[in-house]
Design a protein around this ligand. Structure first.
Ligand code: BGC
Length: 740
């Protein structure tokens, strides 16, 4: 839809925005002094339709995040609109059908605007986003189509007023302060802000909406004497609560993901993010939920609550991007089933308009490395094509002229960029979205960006190898098993180049130079890192990458697989970080070590995927040992309990255990390569993906000494099933095979 904006951005007058005195010195003295721009503003506009209205639509956006209302009713089901993009270049607007809300006579259109993602919790340090200003503003155009066919468009401009909001403070990370008794006073004319409109784009991503409501599971008092409510699930969103208290009473709702070893409410891992909702009472009863912020939490602590704390008065509202759920997995091991649920929750918690590292501490950023590690799992669990289309457009818009890629998208105000394994998100993510959904459009849109990143590496390579630069490495690897950067960056160099070649082939773009480059890098890597069939980088990550990225062939492949198997056996467990973990099980099972892959998957002691599950985790942790067996924490500063990266093992549950795989030559599951992998410790595995063609399912179970395999192929698709080396080919429908 074409924008109809010739409307003007409206801003609160300076006087309104710079005088939160009564808030600063009065009602809420010990809360951090809010900067003026952290006090949301309400814009108001009254209009009277000239006649009977046939239809009405509103286009709206904000610098900040907004909630619009017509006649007091919230418009649209979205929260945190207009979402988070590269605000310097791209700002989404929303279009709403408001026909049902327009009345005859006088109507009031209003919008509250908070700062949203325009300001980070830690304003003065490296986390500051590159936004070019802290202004909050609102822009809208309301089009009325009358019964007689005439049209009228009412735009932000003359006649719009503004006043302070009862939400006295809002900050994505810190929370909100709402003063029910606050008198916003007289509305005054809203001044015009001169701000470019070329940045406006229609919404490209998914709507951010409230998805689920969870009741309190348990209420208890901690050893420190604090009353705590437990929702039983680490989630992202906010709490809706009913409250009643005398005028001026100040209640605070604190949020936490986890309890410490002693069972106390633990917030140190939030770092500088406060995650607090402050409610100032006015003597009446209210049901309140925040509007301009979200929290990552499982537990809440109502502090100084002015009325009885009753669990039924608190509901957790789960908020994330609206994505169709597509991937399901179940097996005979309950811990593995819980791991799978945790991976799903990790995605729900971190796919809030952009793929974030975590939803709770003072970060919540679009870390590229995390996104590329998880993209395949994400694309199976939920339909993420639209979600990634938007985020990748932001990635391309943030890409430097050199082809370099910032570490986080949208970009922060810092200099770092182009870390290996992080920047490769530019190539890996579009390729995976193409494989899962089968539409080459994503490759067409992203091709220049993909090429830009590969060209960046080529420009810095000598004799086929790229050395130097700043890299995060195999982030959070274990036990001194550091994989050298010179390996990692060339492994990704080769891998991304090969994906670029494939993308070029799909699009019919000449890629011969890149094919040659890939061969050069591969050869140079063999020269540098391979001695007598073994990698000189003797780490699980290096071996897994060599196998998964196709960097070793023939005899070398066999010996590097043996090297990996030996490393795993010697350690007795995995040692990989963010860059090795996604490939580890595939590398083993694809090369004759399926049982070893299952050993790692089914292990319950630290370090393993199931260890957090045995500790009651309901999401995937950032660290293998976020909370140690004795209940102590690995670290204070960097210890999120909702980080999806290690959840990348989800794609092995589909592709390995259940054996549902795409075929690069017929992507989008048009041709399915089934190759289920059984293990004596499991009695059954069952998985399905709701693809664009329909249900693709694979299951196996033990039955009377045999294994019964069942495959489901949707109309219009074909499949090949490889069961222990025997290959079956079939078309749409359900197929069963019984084997020893
Ligand atoms: C984030 C990660 C990220 C990393 C970069 C962390 O603070 O939470 O997930 O990828 O920094 O190394």
């Amino acid at each position: 839809m074409q924008p109809i904006f010739s409307a003007r951005w409206l801003q609160a007058p300076l006087s309104l925005r710079e005088s939160p005195e009564e808030f600063r010195t009065g009602a809420c003295p010990d809360h951090p002094v809010p900067a003026a721009h952290e006090a949301p503003v309400e814009f108001l506009f009254s209009f009277t339709p000239k006649g009977a209205v046939r239809s009405a639509s509103l286009q709206a956006t904000a610098l900040g995040v907004y909630t619009a209302r017509l006649g007091g009713q919230k418009i649209g089901g979205e929260v945190l609109a207009p979402g988070w993009t590269n605000y310097r270049k791209r700002l989404q607007y929303q279009t709403y059908d408001v026909t049902a809300l327009v009345r005859g006579g006088e109507n009031l259109l209003s919008a509250e605007v908070g700062l949203g993602w325009r300001m980070h919790a830690r304003e003065k340090d490296w986390m500051q986003p590159t936004l070019g200003g802290k202004d909050t503003a609102f822009l809208a155009a309301l089009t009325l189509v009358y019964e007689d066919g005439t049209k009228e468009t009412l735009k932000t401009g003359e006649g719009w007023l503004c006043r302070a909001s009862k939400t006295r403070y809002s900050n994505i990370y810190n929370g909100e302060v709402y003063d029910a008794g606050f008198d916003p006073g007289e509305a005054v004319p809203a001044p015009v802000l001169h701000y470019p409109k070329e940045i406006l784009i229609p919404r490209q991503g998914e709507r951010i909406t409230e998805q689920e409501r969870l009741p309190v599971q348990k209420m208890f008092t901690t050893p420190e004497g604090e009353l705590v409510l437990d929702f039983g699930q680490v989630l992202t969103g906010y709490v809706s609560f009913r409250i009643e208290g005398p005028a001026g009473a100040k209640a605070t709702l604190r949020h936490a993901e986890i309890l410490d070893a002693a069972g106390n409410f633990y917030t140190e891992n939030l770092r500088q993010a406060r995650e607090e909702i402050v409610f100032l009472c006015d003597g009446g009863t209210h049901t309140f939920q925040p509007r301009f912020t979200f929290q990552g939490f499982r537990y809440v602590q109502p502090k100084d609550w002015p009325c009885e704390v009753r669990p039924e008065d608190f509901t957790a509202v789960v908020v994330h991007s609206e994505m169709r759920r597509t991937g399901y997995f179940e097996c005979s091991n309950p811990l593995l089933n819980r791991l799978f649920e945790n991976i799903v929750w990790g995605q729900k918690g971190n796919f809030l308009d952009i793929p974030t590292d975590c939803p709770q501490r003072d970060e919540r950023l679009g870390w590229t490395g995390d996104a590329q590690a998880f993209v395949r799992t994400a694309s199976y669990l939920f339909d993420t094509e639209t979600f990634f289309t938007k985020w990748l457009a932001d990635l391309a818009s943030e890409q430097f002229a050199s082809g370099g890629i910032p570490h986080v998208i949208p970009r922060m105000h810092w200099d770092g960029d182009s870390s290996t394994g992080w920047a490769d998100a530019a190539v890996i993510c579009p390729w995976q979205i193409y494989l899962t959904y089968g539409d080459r459009e994503i490759l067409r849109r992203q091709f220049d960006s993909m090429k830009g990143w590969v060209d960046y590496m080529i420009a810095r390579a000598e004799d086929g190898l790229w050395l130097g630069g700043d890299h995060f490495g195999d982030w959070l690897f274990l036990e001194d098993e550091r994989t050298p950067n010179e390996w990692l960056q060339n492994a990704y160099f080769a891998y991304s180049t090969s994906l670029l070649v494939k993308a070029g082939e799909v699009l019919g773009v000449p890629v011969e130079d890149y094919r040659a480059q890939r061969r050069r890098t591969e050869e140079a890597m063999r020269q540098r890192f391979l001695r007598e069939g073994k990698l000189t980088c003797n780490t699980q990550t290096a071996c897994a990458q060599a196998l998964y990225f196709g960097l070793v062939e023939g005899e070398d492949r066999v010996s590097v697989a043996a090297q990996l198997a030996q490393l795993v056996r010697e350690a007795g467990h995995l040692r990989t970080g963010f860059l090795g973990t996604p490939y580890l099980l595939h590398a083993l099972s694809e090369n004759g070590y399926t049982q070893l892959a299952y050993d790692l998957l089914l292990r319950t002691e630290y370090p393993s995927w199931l260890y957090p599950v045995t500790r009651g985790a309901t999401t995937v942790w950032e660290r293998w040992d976020g909370q140690r067996p004795d209940g102590s924490f690995q670290s204070k500063g960097m210890n999120s309990f909702n980080h999806y990266a290690y959840g990348a093992v989800g794609d092995w549950l589909f592709g390995g255990a259940a054996g549902i795989r795409t075929d690069e030559s017929q992507p989008g599951f048009t041709h399915i390569r089934f190759a289920p992998l059984t293990d004596s410790r499991l009695d059954y595995v069952s998985a399905r993906i709701e693809t664009r063609h329909g249900t693709v399912a694979s299951a196996w179970k033990r039955e009377g000494g045999l294994i019964l395999y069942t495959f489901e192929v949707p109309e219009g698709c074909t499949a090949t099933a490889d069961i222990g080396g025997t290959v079956y080919q079939f078309g749409p429908g359900v197929k069963t095979v019984s084997r020893e």
